[in-house]
Design a protein around this ligand. Structure first.
Ligand code: AMP
Ligand code: MG
Length: 414
C-alpha cells in the first residue's frame, strides 16, 4: 500500500502536460476568463501609451507653481482644455496652464498636474493654491508601468479578471488557451440504475457519475458521461477500451476492491495498461487503481483512474488525487496539489491508524484564522447526506492520536 504522498507523486509523474503547440484553441477575450493561457503574453507597446494626467485639474510647468500656497496663490492663464481621447494642440508656455481631465494626454511644455481641489478658477485664469510635492506629480509617464516587449503573463496561468484586463490593453482580442481536457466517467456495478428509475430490490441509483461530472466541470475539464457498465468482464473491457479512445483521462467508479465482481484491474492489464497504483493508505479511498495507457497509444496522455465505488470515497479520491493530475494535464504551470491550511478543530477528530484519514466538514473563517466544523452523523463512505455542502477535509496523519477540540489540524480545501 502506497502512502498518500508517494501515490500523489507517482500520479503526477505519469501526467504529460498538454502540448502548447497542439493542445490549444483560440477564444475571444470575452470568454477567456478562467481558462489557462497557452502562450506567454508580452507587451506590444509601452504602457501608458502616452504621458497623461492622473487627475482632473490643470497641466502646468512645475517651475511656475512651485512654492504656491493658500497665502501665496500663483496665477496662470488657461490657454487650452484637453479632454480624454483628444490630442493637445497647444503648447504650454511660462505663466500658462491647460485645463485637463483624468486620462487626457499631457500637452507639450507642461510637466506636472495640479488637482483641481488645490486651485481656484476665475474665467480664463486659475490660481494654484498649493505647491506640487515634486515635478511630475499626477502625470502618468508613457512606458512608466511597462515597456514594449515586457513579459506580462507566463503560459499556464488561469486567467482571472485582472489578467483579462492586461490582455485587453495589450490588444490581445483573441486569446490562445489550452483546450479543456476530456474526462470520461464510467460507473460500474450490476446494482446501478440511472436517477429517475423505479428501483427493484437490491438496486441503487448511480450518483457517482453525476458527482464526478460536476467535479470535473469545476476543475475546468469536459466530462463525458459514459454510462453504467455491468460487472461483466466483456462489457467492462468494451467500455474501457471505448472511453480510452475518446478521452484524455478516464475515471471509473466501483469494481476495484477485492470482491468477486471487481474486474477493473484485470481488464486494465488485459488492455495493456501499466498499473502504477493499486491501493493507497488513505481513508476513505484505499482501493485506488491508476493505470497508464500512453505506451499503448500514440497519444501522450492516457491515464485511467479506477476510483472506489463508495460515493464519498469516489469524491474524496477525486479531490485528493485526480484533480491535481487534471491541473497538470491541462497545462497549469504550478500548484497542482490541493491547497492545505491550518484550522482549529471544533470537534474531536479520529484517524484510522495506519491510513491517512480525511474527515469532511466545513471551514469557517474566524478572527485570526480558521475553524473546522466536522460534519455530524456517520462518517461512513456510503453516507452522502453529511458530505453535502462540504468545503474542506480535515487530515489526520498516519498514527496520529485523536485530535482534541481546539487543537490545530491540517485542512484541505475542496
Ligand atoms: P464497489 O467498489 O463496486 O464494491 O462499490 C462499493 C459501494 O459503492 C457499493 O455499495 C456500491 O453499491 C456503491 N456504488 C458503486 N458505484 C456507485 C455509483 N456509481 N453510485 C453510487 N454508489 C455506488
Ligand atoms: Mg461494484
Amino acid at each position: 500500500m502506497l502512502s498518500v504522498r508517494d501515490a500523489q507523486s507517482i500520479i503526477l509523474d505519469l501526467v504529460r502536460p498538454f502540448d502548447p503547440q497542439t493542445d490549444i484553441e483560440t477564444v475571444d477575450l470575452s470568454s477567456c476568463g478562467d481558462r489557462l493561457l497557452a502562450t506567454p503574453l508580452s507587451a506590444n507597446a509601452d504602457f501608458p501609451y502616452w504621458d497623461n494626467s492622473a487627475m482632473d485639474g490643470y497641466a502646468v510647468r512645475y517651475q511656475d507653481v512651485s512654492g504656491a500656497s493658500p497665502d501665496r496663490p500663483l496665477p496662470l492663464q488657461i490657454v487650452t482644455e484637453i479632454a480624454a481621447g483628444t490630442t493637445p494642440q497647444t503648447a504650454i508656455a511660462p505663466g500658462q496652464a491647460a485645463r485637463i481631465f483624468t486620462g487626457a494626454m499631457m500637452p507639450p511644455g507642461a510637466d506636472t498636474v495640479v488637482m483641481q481641489e488645490q486651485t481656484r478658477r476665475t474665467g480664463d485664469r486659475v490660481e494654484i493654491l498649493a505647491s506640487p510635492a515634486e515635478k511630475g506629480d499626477f502625470v502618468r509617464l508613457a512606458g512608466s508601468f511597462y515597456r514594449a516587449g515586457t513579459s506580462l503573463l507566463p503560459a499556464g496561468v488561469r486567467l482571472g479578471a485582472a489578467d483579462v484586463a492586461l490582455l485587453a490593453i495589450a490588444q490581445c482580442s483573441r486569446v490562445p488557451v489550452y483546450r479543456r481536457p476530456r474526462v470520461a466517467i464510467l460507473s460500474t456495478g450490476n446494482e446501478l440504475v440511472p436517477p429517475g428509475t423505479p428501483l427493484q430490490a437490491g438496486q441503487l441509483v448511480d450518483s457517482n457519475q453525476y458527482a464526478l461530472a460536476t467535479a470535473v466541470t469545476a476543475a475546468g475539464a469536459i466530462p463525458l458521461l459514459s454510462g453504467i457498465v455491468p460487472d461483466r468482464p466483456d462489457a467492462l473491457k468494451q467500455a474501457i477500451a471505448r472511453t480510452l479512445e475518446q478521452a484524455d483521462l478516464v475515471l471509473s467508479t466501483g469494481g476495484v476492491s477485492v470482491g468477486d465482481y471487481d474486474y477493473v484491474e484485470q481488464i486494465l492489464e488485459e488492455l495493456g495498461g501499466q498499473i502504477h497504483v493499486k491501493s493507497v493508505a488513505v481513508k476513505p479511498g484505499k482501493p485506488l487503481t491508476v493505470a497508464d495507457f500512453s505506451a499503448e497509444t500514440d497519444r501522450p496522455n492516457r491515464l485511467y483512474f479506477g476510483l472506489p465505488g463508495n460515493p464519498v470515497s469516489a469524491l474524496v479520491t477525486f479531490w485528493r488525487f485526480v484533480r491535481p493530475a487534471l491541473k497538470k494535464l491541462a497545462g497549469e504551470r504550478q500548484g497542482w496539489g490541493p491547497t492545505f491550511l491550518t484550522a482549529r478543530s471544533r470537534h474531536e477528530l479520529k484517524g484510522a491508524g495506519r491510513r491517512e484519514t480525511y474527515l469532511w466538514g466545513k471551514l469557517h473563517p474566524v478572527s485570526g484564522g480558521y475553524e473546522f466544523e466536522l460534519s455530524q452523523g456517520s462518517h461512513s463512505s456510503g453516507n452522502l447526506i453529511n458530505l453535502a455542502q462540504t468545503t474542506a477535509l480535515a487530515v489526520v496523519e498516519v498514527d496520529r492520536g485523536p485530535i482534541a477540540p481546539g487543537e490545530l489540524v491540517s485542512v484541505m480545501l475542496v
